[in-house]
Design a protein around this ligand. Structure first.
Ligand code: MSP
Length: 503
């Protein structure tokens, strides 16, 4: 069985409603999975992180049991992803039995091996981030990530023997300098490793919203529970053949604030279980508002549903991938989204489509004419490979810039070859060849842009009267070409103009 391209997002805390930051990582994973599916099997996992004090507190504040709270919120998250045209293969909830049972099995297995042992924990804890902090890491006595107060905890806890894995981690980092990306995060993690790692507590006894510790008291620490979702979802210890079809994951996407858990703790847990580390952990940057990470707790979160209504989800998907090199922070602004929408999608791409289909109506009754020479398309024959390589290497901006070279070239060829003059001078063969080239060109653009804007591109294929080559290798989709005689339809613009000033 062929190994599948396995891509994951963090599982999201359902302590409140989702915001555009959550949509961001999930959309990126969707673009990767859709692109990977054109060359082989892929599996895309997302889900919700439902245990821990933070979720329990949110439920209590709403006067609900944590389970009822989670059950009520999960559909909201799933509808967010649907609204953003995300096609995940599986959605894991950490309160599902398939997860809880296996987490308990992991705990017992590691206890038998001595990698999980009983000790006393004393130290600082940030509830909002569900994170323990060394005193030396606190900033003015507060949590270094979110700036909130931390609590002093003292309890008998189960520990994970992380320090034991430090030498192997260092070795792994040196042997695989690309396994943590971007480079800045790799360097930061390497520096932490060189400072030394401590064993850490993986149980809690002060509250009970978590997976019960097998044959003991207390619950498993939410992060230990959560990280395991990546392997419980694909059948670890339940269906070995399935597990090995997916693991090690090709790419695990996370925001940079949780890189530590994914690149220092997670590989050690996997090694303790006799499994391999993921191939790549990519810790991307933040969507910021006035320099601060957008988030529910800072009260600066943007409602992703309202945003999708205003701009269209596909336009936002484009914006999120195009705006900044993947890995960097970028600041949120409605005006910037509107500008990108109007210039790239409305003007460059949308006009190309609209002009082509209108000329086809005017000069050929909407019917695709016979093909002739197609110099622009010939020049861009290598585009599928270039775009695929950039996308699967997580260089989304470059990938879109490469596609836009074809958009620009097709717009330019209209200006240079002037179909209106060809029509007036009755140079039918040349006009046919040009219109054919434009139709086939926009069909190819729809192929390459489908992972980023699936709904709009499917609409475009329909207008072109062309088949929908979803999941087909791009080279094959290119080779098929649109058939002369196909009836096309002219409709309203694909990306109607948006007034940037409108609130
Ligand atoms: N539950 C943990 C993750 C466990 S994974 C085993 C968690 N959840 S979270 O709800 O806080 O989601 C964090 C993730 O959401 C980030 O790592 C990132 O992927 C995404 N983002 C949340 N806010 C974001 C921004 N402002 N900008 C970019 N991504 C954002 O941490």
């Amino acid at each position: 069985m062929e190994r599948a391209y396995y891509v994951t997002t963090p599982i999201y805390y359902i302590s409140g409603n989702p915001h555009i930051g959550h949509a961001y990582t999930t959309v990126v994973a969707d673009v990767l999975a859709r692109t990977a599916r054109t060359i082989g099997p892929a599996f895309f996992l997302t889900g919700t992180d439902e245990h821990g004090q933070k979720v329990a507190n949110a439920a209590a504040a709403a006067g609900k049991t944590p389970q009822t709270w989670c059950d009520e919120l999960v559909p909201r998250w799933q509808s967010l992803f649907a609204a953003y045209h995300v096609a995940y293969d599986d959605f894991i909830r950490t309160t599902q039995q398939r997860h809880e049972h296996v987490v308990q099995r992991v705990f017992s297995a590691l206890r038998e091996r001595g990698d999980v042992y009983l000790g006393t924990y004393e130290g600082w804890y940030c509830v909002a981030d569900e994170t323990f902090w060394l005193e030396s890491k606190l900033v003015a006595g507060k949590c270094p990530t979110c700036g909130r107060d931390v609590q002093w905890l003292s309890e008998d806890d189960w520990f994970f023997a992380l320090s034991k894995y430090a030498p192997r981690l260092i070795e792994h980092y040196r042997a695989h300098p690309d396994w943590v990306r971007p480079q800045s995060v790799y360097n930061e993690m390497m520096a932490l490793l060189e400072e030394g790692l401590e064993d850490f507590s993986i149980s809690r006894s002060t509250f009970d919203w978590g997976i019960p510790i097998p044959d003991g008291s207390g619950v498993i620490y939410v992060w230990f529970d959560a990280l395991l979702n990546y392997i419980t979802a694909i059948g670890w210890s339940v269906d070995d053949a399935r597990f090995h079809r997916f693991w090690p994951a090709r790419v695990q996407l996370v925001g940079k604030e949780i890189a530590r858990f994914h690149t220092l703790v997670w590989p050690a847990v996997l090694w303790a279980l006799g499994e391999e580390a993921p191939e790549i952990v990519f810790a991307h940057g933040w969507i910021t508002v006035e320099g601060q990470k957008m988030g529910k707790s800072l009260g600066n979160a943007v409602d992703p549903f309202a945003l999708a209504d205003r701009f269209g989800a596909d336009s936002l998907r484009y914006f999120l991938l195009r705006e900044a090199p993947f890995g960097s922070d970028f600041s949120y602004s409605d005006t910037k989204i509107a500008q990108r929408h109007n210039s790239d999608l409305g003007n460059d791409f949308g006009n190309l489509v609209h002009r082509t289909l209108s000329m086809l109506q005017r000069y050929c009754g909407g019917i695709v004419p016979p093909a002739g020479e197609a110099p622009v398309l010939e020049r861009f024959a290598g585009l599928p490979l270039r775009v695929r390589n950039a996308t699967l290497d997580l260089r989304f901006r470059e990938s879109l810039e490469a596609i836009w070279e074809l958009v620009t070239a097709l717009n330019r060829t209209i200006e240079e070859r002037k179909p209106w003059t060809l029509h007036k001078e009755e140079r039918k063969r040349e006009l046919d060849a040009l219109l054919y080239e434009l139709c086939e060109g926009i069909r190819r653009l729809a192929v390459l842009l489908h992972p980023v804007m699936p709904e709009r591109m499917e609409e475009l294929w329909q207008r072109l009267g062309a088949g929908t080559p979803i999941g087909q290798a791009w080279e094959d989709a290119f080779a098929q070409r649109i058939a002369p005689g196909t009836l096309t339809t002219l409709r309203e613009p694909l990306f109607p103009r948006i007034d940037p000033a409108e609130e």
